[in-house]
Design a protein around this ligand. Structure first.
Ligand SMILES: [Cu+2]
Length: 154
């Protein structure tokens, strides 16, 4: 009986070891994949066709990711924008390039960097999830799902 038990234990340990080995390559790929957190966009005012989206992207990889553009099926035009205060006046300008450093993060938030969505194709409902895609210089894409939050959300 004791021998049978130890054979069973050995078998279980062997199976666990095999599944760990199998999981290894997947883990390695996952570790370098960018991670998107807290992605949301502001519900536009009724009838409004412009809004902004925000998120944080973490780059666990060892090379910088360079964002050169953005698109979304809900908007005719999407742009990378930055809000800056010049002489006490809040202004927005387009950014053609944003970098996510190796092992670093890029944060888009109200009052700073954001994705500007122009020409919304349909009304957006609070709570719905909207796709955005960041287009990388190397041809890669980062898929984002942003939650629509109320107009006054910060
Ligand atoms: Cu803007």
């Amino acid at each position: 009986m004791k021998k049978l038990l130890s054979t069973v234990v050995l078998f279980v340990v062997a199976c666990a070891a095999v599944s760990l080995l199998r999981a290894q390559p997947v883990l390695a790929a996952e570790e370098t994949k960018p991670v998107v957190e807290n992605a949301w966009l502001r519900s536009p005012p009724p009838g409004g066709e412009v809004t902004a989206a925000y998120f944080t992207v973490r780059n666990p990889g060892s090379t910088a990711l360079v964002v050169r553009g953005v698109e979304s099926p809900v908007a005719m035009h999407a742009m990378l924008h930055e809000t800056t205060v010049v002489d006490g006046q809040s202004r927005m300008r387009e950014r053609e390039r944003l970098e996510i450093p190796p092992n670093g993060t890029l944060t888009l938030e109200p009052g700073g960097l954001h994705v500007m969505l122009h020409g919304l194709r349909r009304p957006l409902v609070v709570g719905e999830r909207v796709p955005l895609v960041l287009l990388l210089e190397d041809g890669g894409r980062i898929e984002i799902t942003a939650e629509v939050r109320p107009l006054g959300a910060r």
